[in-house]
Structures are given as structure tokens and as C-alpha cells.
Design a protein around this ligand. Sequence first.
Ligand SMILES: NC(=O)C1=CN([C@@H]2O[C@H](COP(=O)(O)OP(=O)(O)OC[C@H]3O[C@@H](n4cnc5c(N)ncnc54)[C@H](O)[C@@H]3O)[C@@H](O)[C@H]2O)C=CC1
Ligand SMILES: O=C(O)CCC(=O)C(=O)O
Length: 445
Amino acid sequence: MHPAITRTLEVVQHRNHSEPVFLQAVQEVLETLSPVIEEHPEIEEQNLLERLCEPERQIIFRVPWRDDKGNIQVNRGFRTQFNSVLGPYKGGLRFHPTVNMGVIKFLAFEQIFKNSLTGLNIGGGKGGADFDPKGKSDEEVMRFCQAFMNELFRHVSYKRDVPAGDIGVGAREIGYLFGQYKKLTNSFELGVITGKGASWGGSLGRTEATGYGTVYFAEEMMKVKSDSLQGKTCVISGSGNVALYALQKLQELGANVVACSDSSGVIYDPKGLDFDALRMIKEVERERIGKYTDVHGSATFRPDAKVWDIECDAAFPCATQNELDAGDARKLVKNGCRLVCEGANMPCTPEAIEIFRGSEVNFAPGKAANAGGVAVSGLEMQQNAGLEHWSFEQVDKELHKIMRGIHESCLRYAEQYHRRGDYVSGANIGGFLRVAEAMICQGLI
Ligand SMILES: NC(=O)C1=CN([C@@H]2O[C@H](COP(=O)(O)OP(=O)(O)OC[C@H]3O[C@@H](n4cnc5c(N)ncnc54)[C@H](O)[C@@H]3O)[C@@H](O)[C@H]2O)C=CC1
Ligand SMILES: O=C(O)CCC(=O)C(=O)O
């Protein structure tokens, strides 16, 4: 490893010792950058790595709100504005009880490189709260979103920082957040948030974008191996936004998706899952996944299981960070899986990735493969700025083009820096170079 990287990792570890997932994300990126630092001594001269690992700004705030029983609840809100050299901070909001500063920082750090890879002018940021939407009424979710925006509105705008959804934040929450922003600022500022409803400034295709984009990326990976997704047996973890639309696109391309999950367990049907039934249960009714077996008697529900135990050709981790560990990776390899494409952010542990890289598995990291969501958010900002509304077909065509472009960049940078076929190195190097060049051009700020 280049000494500048070792030094930076020491500093970052010292400064952030209580944030393991942030350290994991930083290490995973920096470890692949040695050949770039060797070729560009100005990166070390300008102490660029240390600057890159320190967020430009972090905001932590109290979110007091009233539940349906009249009790006052308090949550903690976060927004990390990590890097803005390529454009306004851009990244989702996560509402989940496990959210803390380290989680938001790791997600914002990943977002810098992901957003860079899209080729759009968007910087890296992320936010959220340790609020658990599970079991809350619509009214409670609305009051929470309003309370969250009561502070966040000071820090966001179409030219400063543009949030969107992530775990626990979908169309319903984006609506409440936008409504409160509008009320507080007395302005209909379309570009302040993405993932909006299509009738009030949202982009068609944003709901589907992350899942579809992940599958478009996987399709490109298969093409490189002179293969396709047609007829492949696939498993997907999660059953939220990313998982559902990955499932839909995989089926459209002729793959057989036999399993998916939520935090209560796995549903499995060797004949393939029914997208419409699953979407109804998870997206509309917000029920637990076990309910699927009421609709489809041929499916089985395995409580507390993981989808990685099931034999498959391709696996799509689409739920959450570190959900696929070394043991899971070994099982997938042993069972003949040949492609792992990350729809979630950092779902595979470093040990699991090492196992994939040392095997026949073709592995794609989330910061490249799941960039379709933020890319279409960028297209939503573009439509808002031009007061335009594109058709679904136009958005989908652009998304497909962007995903092919990211895939091509990953392979090109991997090749250029002597890591042929290594998507992890290609994504990190490609994402990093664009940010590094902009940081150098914009001076010591
Ligand atoms: N929504 C988006 O546009 C994007 C999301 N992502 C990432 O994709 C992942 C999923 O996000 P969304 O689908 O938006 O969230 P979501 O809230 O719609 O769905 C999350 C799903 O994961 C499941 N889940 C959570 N923990 C689990 C566990 N331990 N085991 C099994 N299932 C579990 C939940 O039950 C839920 O079905 C996250 O890592 C997120 O950061 C990445 C890029 C864009
Ligand atoms: O659409 C966006 O702005 C952000 C999506 C996101 O949070 C992600 O890519 O992880």
C-alpha cells in the first residue's frame, strides 16, 4: 500500500475510531488507490486523501414530535454534507433505528464516488434519523417528517443540498418533507428534493431506477462473459424499493427470481416470485413478507433465514450494509453462484468481497451498480430546472445509457491501473479521479 494511504488511514482511524462502518468504507476505497497515487504525486503533495475523508460539514439535530397517544418523542436527526466539488450535496435520507453518525457518514462517503461515476454534477451527502417508521401511523410519520424538516430546511436548497429517499423514506415521506419545506420557506422550490410524486414535479422512473439500474449493470457484466440473465436463477435480499424493482427487471429479462426477504425472514418459490403480489404486500400494505404465502401456496416462508443459503446463479444484496458475510459468500460460491451485484450500499463485508474476488464470482460494488437511483434523481433535478416532464421511456433510456457508461468506466479504469476486470478498483478509481481533479482545480477550501 502507498505510504500516503497508510498515513491517511491512521489519521482517519484515530479521528473516527467509534464509527466502524465509516472506517470500513474509507478503507475499502483507499486500499484500491495506490496505483493512482503513484501516478499523480500532486495527490500526496496536496494532502488530498485526508481532505477527502473529512466531511465538509455535519449537522446533528433534535427532532421532537408528538405520537398518537399525545406523548412527546425525541429522535436524533443527521445530515452529512461530505463533498461538494462536483455539485450540490446529493444523497438520500434514511429513517431506521440503527441510524447514527457513523452510518450516515459511511453512506455519504460512498455517495461521493457513486455520484461522480454518474458523470452528473452532484456532490456527496446523506442524512436521516434514528426514527423507526415500523408500526407508526401515517399521522405519526407525517408529524415526524414535519419535525425533521423544521431543522433540515435551513441546510438544503436546489443549489446547496438535495435530499431524497433511502431505507424507510419513500414517496409518502418525501411528500411530507416537501410539504413542510414549502410551508416554512413559502416557496415551491421543486429542485430541493427528489423522489417527488410525478404529478407535482417528480420524475417518472425514479421509483424503479435503483433496481432497474442494478440489473442493467448486471446485464452488462454478463455480456462481458458472453452470457445473459435469461434463464438464470436469482436471489435478492430485501423486498423494499431497490429489491422490488430489481426483481421486476430481472423477470422482464427472463431470469427466475426464486427468493427475497425482509428482516423477519425469507420467502422461497422455485417456480419464481410474483412481483405484483409482493409489491402489494410490501409497498402498499406495508406488511411482513410471510403474508406472501397466503397468496401463493407454492411459496415457503423461512423465518430468520437468509437468501444466500439458496442455490442460485446470481445474487443481488438489496437490503442493508454488511448483510452478506464470509460464511454467506462461501455458501454462494460452493452452490455455484457466478455473479454478485450489490443493489444496497456496502451489503457485503470486506471478507465476503475477498472470497468473491478469489473465486469465479463476478462481483460489482454498490457504488457503481446501484448508482441508477441517484442518476435519475439527477435527471429529476434537470427536469425541474428546465420545467420539463420527460416520458418514462425517455428516463429509462437515459438510465440505461448512464449504467452502461458506469460499467464501461469501471472496466476502463481497472484496465488502465492494471486491475483488469476488477470492478471494485475500477469504480473507486473512476469515482475518485473526477473528484480529485475538481478538488485540485478549486484550491484549498
Ligand atoms: N432507494 C434508493 O434509491 C437507493 C437505495 N440504496 C440502498 O439500497 C438498500 C435498500 O434501500 P431501499 O430499498 O430504498 O429501502 P427500503 O426501506 O425500501 O427497503 C429496505 C428493505 O430491506 C429490508 N431489510 C432491512 N434490514 C434487513 C435485514 N437485516 N435482512 C433482510 N432484509 C432487511 C427491509 O425489510 C426492507 O424490505 C439500502 O442499502 C440503501 O442505502 C442505494 C441506492 C439508491
Ligand atoms: O436519489 C438520491 O439522491 C440518493 C439515492 C441514495 O441515497 C443512494 O444512492 O444511496
